[in-house]
Ligand binder design. Sequence first.
Ligand code: NAP
Ligand code: GDD
Length: 328
Amino acid sequence: MKKTAVITGITGQDGSYLCEQLLEKGYEVHGVIRRSSTFNTARIDHLYTRTEDPNPKIHLHYIDTLDSLHLLSLFERIAPDEIYNLAALSHVAQSFDQPEYSAETAGLGLLKILEIVKTLKLDTKIYQASTSELFGSTPPPQSEDSKFLPQSPYAVAKLFAHNIARVYRDAYGIFISTGILFNHESPRRSRTFVTRKISTAVSEILRGERDSLELGNLHAKRDWGYAPEYTDAMWRILQLNNPVDLVIATGTQYSVGDFCNFAFSHVNLDWEKYVISSDKFMRPLEVESLQGDSSLAASTIDWKPKVLAPELAKIMVDADCIVTSYRY
Ligand code: NAP
Ligand code: GDD
């Protein structure tokens, strides 16, 4: 039997990779997409056509995830086997400027889905996009047993969602799993995140379009992995017979300055000649050091990372140098 999946946030980096992977596995994929005055489908344009297609590969539904009435009507109509809840304001720095909206999308968004699944008595497996930001100021290595000390409105909202997932699992027997994913990047990453900001700057410097790059904190350390491997982990998590909370990470750690070095040196440039650290991009509160321990994922879902930050930087720079039209 063909499985049916709903992806909220299908137009984002992770949603687009996950959609491709589910289609390859033969799923019927339904994407929740919000209305925008400009096209916001660049990452999934290759997967669907805007013209009438009698056999569309994916089905897109215009619903803001804060609009629970329309989510309910969609879930009632298609009774999905799996829901992947990826929609959120996902930019940590921006969450300080839009704290209420962050709480609504990253926090309450999941509660609405859980209430609908409970009310409709659906036998649906739900995946929630939890995050390493939950650990905040807890020193590395961070695992499923580490303390959550969130440092931003985004992370606090995600912690609400993480906890409400556990409550609905225990109280109502709803099948909800969470992936506590560490940073994962790709050529489809939005340009406002640091790795993509760096890789696009490298390509623009090479083309002579600019001669410097302004960043914020160069000393923050992250555990960076490759996004398609992380969306594969999401699917694996939902194939288990019981719900889990799993850390997904490479176990390696590099600073923002290190990532600059990987990206610039790939095209024989010295990053220190181009990169400037500016207060403009500093955050009111910073998460200084993330490095995950995903040994539980290795044993339960047989997941191991392949691409690490030095290679990831090369993949992203190469993509930006070749395809100048990626403007996410
Ligand atoms: P992303 O590229 O920013 O994508 C976010 C998606 O959510 C976009 O499709 C966006 O739509 C959609 N969205 C936001 N608000 C919405 C709303 N009110 N209604 C409907 N759709 C809405 O993020 P990502 O990197 O793919 O991450 C996916 C999820 O994983 C997010 O929840 C993020 O917080 C979480 N996460 C990401 C990472 C990471 O390193 N990438 C790590 C841990 C957790 P538009 O395209 O219209 O903006
Ligand atoms: N965005 C950005 N822009 N970050 C910068 C800059 C800059 O100019 N300069 C330095 N940084 C630093 C940030 O202060 C942070 O310490 C680090 O680079 C990474 O920032 P982001 O790439 O914006 O990612 P993030 O770690 O804050 O959040 C991402 O990963 C989380 C998982 O840990 C997002 O994808 C979140 O949605 C996700 O939950």
